[in-house]
Design a protein around this ligand. Structure first.
Ligand SMILES: N[C@@H](CCC[C@H](N)C(=O)O)C(=O)O
Length: 282
């Protein structure tokens, strides 16, 4: 099986080209765990399948490195767009990608050599209703700065779905967050029946935030594109910025530029890089 390893700001996946490779559906979770293993596999945050689509130009499926399938992946979308363009699966610079969480629009920005260093994705509108996260609770329909009891500790969180679920917490100091404790405890909390990605945000200004993530099914990663979009939406819902303003998000692996537009769509711009290509013999 041929593979390509790519990353978006250090969030790396093993990409398999389903235009050329034929995989057995039942073995996909196990394959994701195997290729992602840093000791006995290739090493990555998971596995992404790029394939044909009946309703878009290409399709993307995402598996975390624990084998669970996710509905969406922002860093993965930028890499899929780069892969599709550079491999001539699309001929336009603007095209559609099908994900399990819905359709998105990609705009690639090729250089003179037709290589794509950066990509903009229109992620569509965030889903904010409690049932769309999904999150159990009887309070207001939108979960904005809602008090939450976690292991006898009182925290506040804002819940946003970007096709996949996110819980965003605000902090005054991103260097001293208890991510290794709160991340896993919140990820599998019984009030999130489909589990949840956990993000901390420190607001610098209405145009700039710091961000850290504990990803559902993976743990701490260098970056999370959907998480960064959810963080900007949460920042605006909590009154720290406004719709229409571009927010620079500082992640461990680099920066993303995100705008929640007046029309409701979220735009994400950032890098996509190819690391290597190879043949999986496992
Ligand atoms: N790294 C991703 C998100 C991958 C899926 C996530 N862990 C989930 O289970 O929802 C991104 O860049 O968005």
């Amino acid at each position: 099986m041929n593979f390509t390893k790519m990353h978006g700001l250090g969030n790396s996946y093993i990409y398999i080209d389903l235009f050329k490779e034929d995989l057995n559906e039942e073995t996909l979770p196990e394959l994701a765990i195997k290729v992602a293993d840093k000791n006995t596999g290739i090493g990555s945050d998971g596995m992404i399948l790029i394939g044909p689509s009946e309703i878009a130009d290409v399709s993307m499926r995402v598996f975390n490195n624990d084998g669970s399938e996710a509905m969406n992946c922002g860093n993965g979308l930028r890499c899929v767009a780069k892969f599709a363009y550079e491999n001539n699966y699309v001929s336009q610079t603007v095209f559609k990608i099908e994900t399990k969480g819905g359709l998105v629009e990609a705009t690639v920005h090729p250089d003179q050599n037709q290589k794509v260093p950066t990509v903009t994705i229109n992620m569509g509108a965030p889903r904010l209703n409690r049932s769309q996260i999904p999150m159990i609770g009887s309070q207001k329909d939108q979960v904005v700065n809602e008090p939450f009891q976690l292991n006898e500790q009182d925290i506040h969180l804002t819940a946003v779905s970007m096709g996949n679920p996110h819980a965003v917490l605000f902090t005054d100091n991103i260097q001293s967050i208890p991510l290794l404790v709160v991340g896993p405890a919140l990820e599998k909390h019984s009030r999130f029946p489909e589990w949840v990605n956990v993000e901390y945000v420190e607001v610098v200004s209405e145009n700039e935030i710091h961000f850290r993530v504990w990803e559902r099914g993976t743990g701490i990663t260098q970056a999370c594109g959907t998480g960064a979009c959810a963080a900007v939406v949460a920042t605006i819902l909590n009154g720290f910025s406004q719709k229409g303003k571009e927010v620079k998000v500082h992640l461990l692996g680099g920066d993303l530029h995100i705008t929640w537009k007046e029309n409701g769509d979220v735009l994400m711009n950032g890098a996509a890089e190819t690391i290597c290509e190879g043949v999986w013999l496992g």
